[in-house]
Every structure is written in structure tokens, then in C-alpha cells.
Design a binder for this molecule. Structure first.
Ligand code: ZN
Length: 312
């Protein structure tokens, strides 16, 4: 094992970059803009140039670098082939080969939500565990499934897309993916606000949630913590859907720990405790002891996980 590795989390507006020691110490992190014009043709050359510049700045020889791990916002096959990263302007090509040929280092590529799970397993809330499921509750719902220390990318790179598990059969509104009744429609920040608005419209009683415009998921959890009846009801409903979905996932992946991340997770233990309560009701007996914890690496989970990708 060499001494250094890079983690590069490519997003639609910026690429988050991290230089790590291979023991997991973050040496330096910085961002470069993601240039998505012309089919995103500049993105990988920009990343390669930033890596070369950092190596000379820190006086590190390329020989001492294990490789570069890359996270991208879209499906990625285990050989590094992406299948349309709409946010980056990319079509179908092998990112690992392309970047590897420019930067002259071994490259591995994963989906951004999957690598975040790997990051939390390596140095975050799942540290020391090998079977981890991460659920990212943000604008959408992302996920990453780590079994025996390995990320599950699947045949089409869609492994861990738990936000698009169907959890309701009678939904009339469409999810962003085109299906109806996806987990994301109820447990993402946007989904929680949508459910809150429906509840406020259907009921006439007073609620602190009525005082916010725009109403956010954070406001809803804050009101619930203050004891607001409708907000509490909603938190129970959302966590029941989430806990029930996690119980189904446990039957497949059997994780030691569920790590909850994303903006919504800032609500804290109210989410983990309420979700766990419903999880226990629905889970197969052998999986019932799985822990529920809040992610600890925040926006850095991606760069950590990218770097972990190249360690074996
Ligand atoms: Zn969907």
C-alpha cells in the first residue's frame, strides 16, 4: 500500500477533492468548478490538472499515490462505465479508463450515494463495521449498500437506489423517476414538506407548521420537538414508511447499522429513534438489532468513500 490517495466527488456545480493518507487521514480538501459545457469534456482533464498541481504543491511523488477514487451523480458499473450523468452532460463512457489515461494513476469510480456509504463505513458513523446501509435524506433519497466491506453497484450501476423502492401502490403523483409511490416521495426533504402540506390542508386544527412560508423539513422537525401535534403525527408517518422500507432492505442486506445522512438527518435522534421503533415492528427477527445512527462526515463522506474505493 502506498502512502497517499485522492478522493474526487464530482457534482453538477463543483468537484470536491480530497488528498488522503491511505490510513484515512485527510491531508487537504478543496473544490474546483465542474465545467459541464460541451458534454462535460473538460471535467476529467480539470480533475487531472488539479491532482497534478496538488502533488507538486505538497511535494508528493506520483509513485507514492495508490490511485484516484471518483464519485459521480449517476449509475456506474463496477468497471467504471457511466450511463448518462445528466447533471454533468455525460453520455456513456468508461470514466476510469479515460481519467486513468490522463492522470496516469489507477482510477476507480462509483455512484456518489454509494461512495458516501463507503466513506461513512471507513471513517464515519459506520467505522469498524463491514455491513452498512446508508440512507441519504436530501432533496431526493439516495442510498448505498455495503456488504462485507464492498459497495454493491449491481449489473446496471443502480444498486442502492433505495429512494426508488415502491412503498405505496395507490399514489397518484409521479416521482422524478417517472414511477409512482417511491420512498423518495415521502421521506426526502421535499417529500416530507409535501406530506405536511397535504395534512395541513386536510385538517383544520392549529399547528405551528402553519406559520412558515416556505415550510421546510427542518421547520417540521423543530415543531415536532416542541410537541406540535400535527408535526408529531407527520414525523410518525414519515418514520413508519422509512422504518418499514429499512425492514425490507434488512431482509436483503442484513446490515449491522443503518446510517442516516443528508439535510433531513440534521433533525437528529428524533429520526433514528422513531424510525427504529417502526423498523423493529416490521423486521425479520434475526435482523432486528440493527442500529440506527446519524452520519458524521457530512458533505465530506463522498471524498472519504472515493479514496476508500482505491484501497483494495
Ligand atoms: Zn422514483
Amino acid at each position: 500500500m502506498k502512502n497517499y490517495g485522492f478522493g474526487v466527488d464530482i457534482g453538477g456545480t463543483t468537484c470536491k477533492m480530497g488528498l488522503f493518507k491511505t490510513d484515512g487521514t485527510l491531508v487537504d480538501k478543496w473544490e474546483i468548478p465542474t465545467r459541464t459545457e460541451n458534454g462535460g469534456e473538460n471535467i476529467l482533464p480539470d480533475v487531472a490538472a488539479a491532482i497534478d498541481a496538488k502533488l507538486s504543491e505538497k511535494n508528493i511523488a506520483k509513485d507514492d499515490v495508490q490511485g484516484v477514487g471518483v464519485g459521480v451523480p449517476g449509475p456506474v458499473k463496477s468497471d467504471g462505465t457511466v450511463n448518462e450523468c445528466v447533471n454533468l452532460g455525460w453520455g456513456v463512457f468508461n470514466v476510469a479508463k479515460k481519467l486513468g489515461s490522463i492522470v496516469n494513476l489507477p482510477v476507480k469510480v462509483g455512484n456518489d450515494a454509494n461512495v458516501a456509504a463507503l466513506g461513512e463505513m471507513w471513517m464515519g458513523a459506520g467505522k469498524g463495521r463491514k455491513n452498512v446501509v446508508m440512507v441519504t435524506l436530501g432533496t431526493g433519497v439516495g442510498g448505498g449498500i455495503i456488504c462485507d466491506g464492498k459497495m454493491i453497484a449491481g449489473a446496471n450501476g443502480a444498486g442502492g437506489e433505495i429512494g426508488h423502492m415502491t412503498v405505496k401502490d395507490d399514489e397518484t403523483v409521479s416521482c422524478n423517476c417517472g414511477k409512482k409511490g417511491c420512498l423518495e416521495q415521502y421521506t426526502s426533504a421535499t417529500g416530507i414538506v409535501r406530506l405536511a402540506k397535504m395534512k395541513l390542508e386536510a385538517k383544520s386544527e392549529a399547528s405551528g407548521m402553519r406559520n412558515f412560508d416556505p415550510l421546510t423539513a427542518k421547520d417540521i422537525f423543530d415543531e415536532a420537538k416542541k410537541g406540535d401535534k400535527l408535526a408529531l403525527e407527520l414525523v410518525e408517518e414519515v418514520c413508519e414508511i422509512l422504518g418499514s422500507a429499512m425492514a425490507s432492505i434488512a431482509c436483503v442486506a442484513d446490515p449491522e447499522v443503518f446510517v442516516i445522512g443528508g439535510g433531513v438527518s440534521k433533525a437528529g435522534t428524533i429520526i433514528t429513534e422513531t424510525t427504529k421503533k417502526y423498523f423493529v415492528k416490521k423486521a425479520f427477527h434475526a435482523c432486528r438489532d440493527a442500529e440506527f445512527v446519524i452520519a458524521t462526515l457530512g458533505n465530506d463522506a463522498g471524498i472519504y468513500g472515493c479514496c476508500q474505493l482505491i484501497l483494495d
